[in-house]
Design a protein around this ligand. Structure first.
Ligand SMILES: Cc1cc2nc3c(=O)[nH]c(=O)nc-3n(C[C@H](O)[C@H](O)[C@H](O)COP(=O)(O)OP(=O)(O)OC[C@H]3O[C@@H](n4cnc5c(N)ncnc54)[C@H](O)[C@@H]3O)c2cc1C
Length: 459
């Protein structure tokens, strides 16, 4: 008799796991049932800001594989609009509710993949029946915002609450659609994924685009008129808004897992081992935004909800379920984004994170350009490096600059992943030609500066 794999969640992690398992075990050997409560499978939430701005079309273009493809090509039983409401580990069953047809089903499993993603943070003040307030998590959220922006009366004033990368990308999208945009952040800077000095460069570029940035200003409420949002409330008074986008971060979606007795780690994500097995539970796997993972530099468990990890973790789970061997090696915190033409990249630890992890370190900032200074289109590029003292091991890096900045972080990510010192890095054989870099690449300039800082007398 075929074994049975049940997957909860039909996006990056869940469908990567299901696809990899199918590649290794055919239908006669492994029956695969996927429950997805939404309308789409294998979609790119990452593309939503560019769909909102009009740069890419959607939602179809943001879907890598639809349910029918999984059914016909991958021989999977994909049940859309089915929400799993309980997991019974003793009976090895899940209970799912049909959100459209009504009714409930119970399905048995031999293996279970829990891939439910993350839940957007929603403070009590955001619970409103006023129109015009949007979270930004799913393609349905994207579609609802687009409908609101296109409908009459057309919104003119947007407030984005939260200055993380999703808030920053949404602010850019709304500016590009011609709205006046205010970004409100409770902390001291937008883009808290980089240090304050680097974040200031991002804030400056956003102001240059016309985004008003209000920091140290928690939102405490919403005002509405005729059923539509009309302002966000702050200690410094209301900020008028015809549309409000929430980008307040996410937490692991673990409600069902907790109820079923899955172990939860200190970061709030499900505890898994390197092969993505849920710690202590046989035949139960978890992957993606719902799990915690190891930070390879700090050695701490962390929750880093990114598509790049969800795909790799799901793939590892699926290979293992299929009878192969695969591990997820942890993360080093690499991420990139942009604000119009300004690119931002980071890897490893920020200063605050390095301090929290107990490192002694130096940090340097090197100003350079993306191309030879005389070559058309040369623009500034700022590279920040954080290196352990006295070993010189790279602990973290951040880059802010115009074209060719963001993906340069990958050079630094590879150096960091492999434990290189900044001294080693000064000798790296990086490509040079005037259209692509100055003769001393910005990465090398920064590494040399870090070597000098390490050689300076102790503070
Ligand atoms: C606007 C935006 C931009 C982003 N940009 C980037 C980027 O540039 N780079 C990057 O690396 N990452 C980015 N991300 C993050 C990335 O999209 C996520 O990390 C990734 O989608 C996580 O995949 P996942 O499969 O773990 O979870 P999800 O994609 O959230 O999928 C989980 C699925 O489970 C379903 N589900 C949940 N509970 C149940 C249940 N009980 N029963 C049935 N189904 C259920 C949900 O409907 C959902 O479809 C972005 C995210 C957003 C929202």
């Amino acid at each position: 008799m075929a074994q049975r794999l049940i997957v909860i969640g039909g996006d990056a992690a869940g469908m990567s796991a299901a696809s990899q398992a199918r590649r290794r075990r055919d239908r006669a050997d492994l029956e695969i049932v996927v429950f997805e409560r939404g309308h789409f499978t294998s979609y790119s939430a990452c593309g939503i800001p560019y769909w909102i701005s009009g740069l890419v079309s959607g939602p179809e273009a943001l879907i890598a594989r639809d349910p029918e493809t999984f059914r016909t090509t991958y021989a999977m039983d994909v049940r859309m609009r089915h929400e799993v409401t309980a997991i019974d580990l003793d009976r090895r069953e899940v209970v799912a509710r049909d959100l459209e047809g009504g009714g409930e089903v119970r399905e048995r499993f031999d293996d279970l993949v829990y891939a439910t993603g993350a839940v957007p943070m929603k403070p009590p003040w955001a619970d409103t029946d006023a129109g015009g307030v949007f979270g930004m998590q799913t393609l349905d959220d994207g579609a609802a915002l687009r409908d609101w922006l296109d409908a009459e009366p057309q919104p003119r004033r947007a407030v984005v609450v939260g200055g993380g990368y999703i808030g920053v990308e949404m602010a850019e999208a709304l500016i590009q659609r011609g709205l006046s945009v205010t970004l409100v952040e409770a902390g001291s800077q937008p883009m808290a994924t980089v240090d304050g000095d680097m974040a200031e460069l991002v804030a400056e570029a956003m102001r240059g685009l016309g985004v008003t940035i209000r920091t140290d200003l928690p939102v405490t409420g919403l005002e509405q008129r005729d059923g539509r949002v009309s302002a966000v409330v702050t200690a410094e008074g209301p900020i008028p808004a015809d549309v409000v986008v929430l980008g307040l971060g996410v937490r692991p979606n673990t409600a069902l897992a907790k109820a079923a007795g899955f172990p939860i780690g200190p970061s709030g994500g499900i505890r898994v081992d390197r092969r993505m097995r849920v710690a202590g539970l046989s035949g139960v796997w978890a992957a993606g935004d719902c799990v915690e993972t190891l930070h390879r530099v700090s050695g701490m468990p962390v929750h880093v909800p990114l598509g790049t990890h969800a795909n790799k973790q799901g793939r590892a789970a699926g290979i293992n379920i299929g009878g192969g061997y695969a591990t997820f090696a942890g993360v080093i915190g690499t991420a990139v984004t942009k604000v119009c033409d300004l690119e931002v990249g980071r890897t490893g630890l920020r200063e605050e994170e390095a301090t929290l992890a107990g490192f002694d370190f130096v940090s340097v900032i090197a100003e350079s350009t993306n191309r030879a200074g005389y070559y058309p289109g040369a623009r500034p590029m700022t590279v920040k490096l954080i290196a352990e003292r006295p070993s010189g091991r790279l602990l973290g890096a951040q880059i802010v600059g115009w074209s060719e900045a963001a993906k340069r972080i990958d050079t630094l990510a590879v150096a960091l992943w492999n434990g290189m010192t900044v001294d080693d890095m000064t000798s790296l054989d990086l490509g040079y030609a005037p259209p692509y870099a100055p003769v001393w690449d910005p990465v090398l300039v920064a590494a040399r500066k870090a070597v000098d800082a390490l050689a300076a007398p102790d503070r």
